[in-house]
Design a protein around this ligand. Structure first.
Ligand code: DAH
Length: 359
C-alpha cells in the first residue's frame, strides 16, 4: 500500500478485493456434498485471515485513522468501520450457511434406514467330534450312566499301574505317550478315568468318560497323536458279560439303527479278563460288504471286557463283592466312518471349508 494513495481509495480497494474473491460464496448451493461444504468452510476461514485478519488491507487502513487530517478523521473512521463490518458480516453469513449445510449432510449420512434387511451374523456351530460325543453321551445318560470328565495329564499309576500294566509290561509300548515333568505324562487312554471314578464314588458305579488322549504316533490318514475316546465302566454286584453285550448292542442300535448287529471277538487287554473286540454290522451296506467296511460287512467299535480284579483292587473296590465291565470306543474313528472321511486329520486341521459342512 503506497503512502501517497488517498486513504479513502485504500478502503475502497480493500472492499473491492474482498468482494471479488467472496463473489462465489454469496449464493452457496444447498446441494453441496459434505466434502464440498467442508472444503468451502476451509476456504472461508482462509479468506477471513486474508481480508479481515491482522495483516489485511482493512487492518492497515485502521492504523491510518490517526494520521488523516483531524477534520476528515471522523468520516474516515466511520468508513473503515462500516467496510470492516460489511466484510465480517458477509463472512459470518457464509459460514453460518455452510454450517447448516454440513449439519444436514451429516444427518443424512448418519441416518439409519430401518427397512434395510439386517446382515445375518455368522453363527458358529459345533465341531463334528463334539456332535458325535453328544450323541454318545445322550445314549448312555438315558441308560443311567453319568458323564465323567477328568485330567489329561496323568501319573504312571493311573495310566498304567492301576490298569494292571506294570513297568516293563509290553502293553506300555504301543501306548508310548508324551512325558512332561518327571512322573507325569499325557494320558494315552481314557481308561484312567475308571480308576478316578471308582476312587471318588466307590461301587456301584456306572459312568462314561469322553475325552482326549495322546500317543506318540506319526500322523497319517488313520492316525493322529491326539484323538478322542469314550470310556465306559459299569461296576455292581452280579455284573456279567451278558450285561456288557446287551449294553453295547443297545448302544449300537441307538447310534446306527435298530437293525444293527454286534459281534464280539476274543482279545486281550491287561485291564480286562476276559477281553473282547466289539464290531457292529456296517451301517451302510447292512453287512453285505462295501467300501466303508472294506468289504467285510463289519466295522470295529472298540475294546471291552470284564474289569480285571487287579484294577478293582487298585481302586479299593472288593473284587469278591463286585464285578464289572468296561469298554473303550474311538470317537474320531466313529465320526470318520459315519461321515466317510478318507483322512482323519481333517478333523483337526480346522479348515473352515470342511467344518462348515457339519452345520
Ligand atoms: N484303553 C484301550 C485303548 O486305548 C481301549 C479299551 C479296551 C478300553 C478295552 C476298555 C476296555 O475299557 O475294556 O486301546
Amino acid at each position: 500500500m503506497s503512502e501517497e494513495s488517498n486513504p479513502n481509495q485504500q478502503v475502497e480497494a480493500a472492499r473491492l478485493a474482498f468482494a471479488r474473491e467472496f463473489e462465489r460464496f454469496a449464493n452457496l448451493e444447498t446441494t453441496l456434498s459434505l466434502q464440498q461444504a467442508e472444503a468451502e468452510q476451509r476456504a472461508i476461514a482462509e479468506l477471513r485471515t486474508r481480508h479481515a485478519g491482522k495483516k489485511s488491507t482493512i487492518a492497515a487502513c485502521k492504523k491510518l485513522i490517526g494520521r488523516v487530517a483531524p477534520e476528515d478523521r471522523a468520516g474516515f473512521g466511520q468508513l473503515v468501520q462500516r467496510t470492516e463490518a460489511e466484510i465480517t458480516q458477509a463472512l459470518d453469513d457464509a459460514e453460518t450457511k455452510l454450517k447448516s449445510i454440513i449439519e444436514a449432510a451429516r444427518i443424512t449420512r448418519e441416518s439409519i434406514d430401518v427397512t434395510i434387511p439386517g446382515r445375518r451374523p455368522r453363527a458358529g456351530h459345533l465341531h463334528p467330534i463334539t456332535l458325535m460325543r453328544q450323541r454318545i453321551e445322550d445314549i448312555f445318560v438315558s441308560l443311567g450312566y453319568i458323564v465323567e470328565d477328568d485330567r489329561e495329564i496323568e501319573t504312571d499309576f493311573y495310566n498304567f499301574d492301576a490298569l494292571n500294566i506294570p513297568e516293563g509290561h509290553p502293553a506300555r509300548d504301543p501306548q508310548d505317550t508324551f512325558y512332561t515333568t518327571e512322573g507325569f505324562a499325557l494320558r494315552s487312554q481314557t481308561s484312567t478315568v475308571q480308576i478316578h471314578a471308582m476312587q471318588r464314588r466307590g461301587a456301584p458305579v456306572r459312568m462314561i468318560a469322553p475325552g482326549r488322549v495322546f500317543r506318540r504316533d506319526t500322523p497319517d490318514p488313520t492316525h493322529n497323536p491326539m484323538f478322542y475316546q469314550v470310556e465306559g465302566l459299569c461296576v455292581d454286584r452280579g455284573i456279567t458279560m451278558a450285561h456288557l453285550k446287551g449294553t453295547l448292542a443297545e448302544f449300537a442300535h441307538r447310534l446306527f439303527g435298530p437293525e444293527t448287529k454286534t459281534r464280539f471277538r476274543p482279545s486281550y487287554f491287561p485291564f480286562t479278563e476276559p477281553s473282547a473286540e466289539v464290531d457292529y454290522s456296517c451301517f451302510n451296506c447292512g453287512g453285505k460288504g462295501c467300501r466303508i467296511c472294506k468289504q467285510s460287512g463289519w466295522i470295529e467299535l472298540g475294546g471291552s471286557g470284564m474289569v480285571h480284579p487287579n484294577v478293582l483292587r487298585a481302586a479299593n473296590v472288593d473284587p469278591e463283592e463286585f464285578t464289572g465291565f468296561a469298554f473303550g470306543l474311538g470317537i474320531d474313528r466313529t465320526c470318520a466312518r459315519i461321515y466317510q472321511l478318507d483322512d482323519i486329520r481333517l478333523l483337526f486341521e480346522n479348515d473352515i471349508r470342511f467344518l462348515e459342512q457339519f452345520r
